[in-house]
Design a protein around this ligand. Structure first.
Ligand SMILES: N[C@@H](CCC(=O)N[C@@H](CS)C(=O)NCC(=O)O)C(=O)O
Length: 220
């Protein structure tokens, strides 16, 4: 039996982080192969991934002969391989969790495009523009409402794929803009997320790496 996660640099690959977290949270055994996605070697390394995985991107999980690409598919697979506890049993809450994951996947990642995942690890953070502050606070407001509606510690009650999907966005936004006091549930939730042991394991390795500077970060 062989199960390999082709992952990316700890301080660059937010999508690999999500897939890795779901696998680790479910206690799934896997081997990890780290793909260096820094430029210029990125292109050659991802072309090699493309020889067996159509999107030529990381993460990709190869479980014996089955190639599972895209972080959201890997997260769902991890949950099903495990005990299924990363999605709520209630059908409506489960749909809400999937909606939050899908929103992150389709749209939220593009918010504040100059605040890449890499920038969460820069020792010198830039000042946010007025637009970036508006966007960050808009998101904090939505997270606050979601947490209020559920009255729980995590977005849909128990820790779920929805929380996992949002960890990288939490990091890149909160690294640049402190959460205002009027979002107390978001302050508690983000603190809880960041202190989860598997999140800490990834982050400790990420902070130990040389930062990867993205063009335009300081000039945007
Ligand atoms: N939707 C994909 C996105 C994966 C992705 O963009 N991965 C980056 C690294 S974090 C990558 O490999 N990009 C290569 C490319 O876009 O050519 C997923 O969720 O897995």
């Amino acid at each position: 039996m062989s199960r390999i996660l082709y992952s990316g640099n700890r301080n660059a690959s937010s999508w690999a982080f999500r897939a890795w977290l779901a696998l680790r949270e479910q206690g799934i055994d896997f081997e990890e192969v780290m793909i260096d996605i820094r430029r210029p070697q990125r292109w050659k390394n991802l072309a090699e991934i493309g020889t067996f995985s159509p999107p030529a991107a990381v993460p990709v999980l190869v479980d014996d002969e089955t190639v599972i690409f895209d972080s959201s598919a890997i997260m769902e697979y991890a949950n099903e391989l495990g005990d299924g506890s990363l999605l709520p049993r209630d059908i409506k809450l489960r749909a809400r969790a999937r909606a939050l994951v899908a929103w992150q996947h389709s749209t939220l990642g593009k918010l504040c495009p100059c605040l890449s995942f890499e920038s969460a690890f820069y020792p010198d953070k830039k000042q946010l523009s007025a637009d970036e502050i508006v966007n960050a606070e808009w998101i904090y407001g939505i997270w606050q409402q979601q947490l209020e509606s559920i009255g729980g510690t995590y977005l849909v009650g128990d820790y779920s794929l929805a929380d996992i999907a949002l960890v990288p966005s939490v990091l890149r936004l909160t690294a640049h803009h402190e959460i205002p006091e009027h979002y107390p549930l978001v302050i508690n939730w983000t603190g809880r997320l960041i202190n989860r042991p598997h999140v800490q394991e990834w982050l400790t390795q990420a902070y130990a790496l040389e930062p990867i500077y993205c063009q335009g970060y300081y000039s945007s």
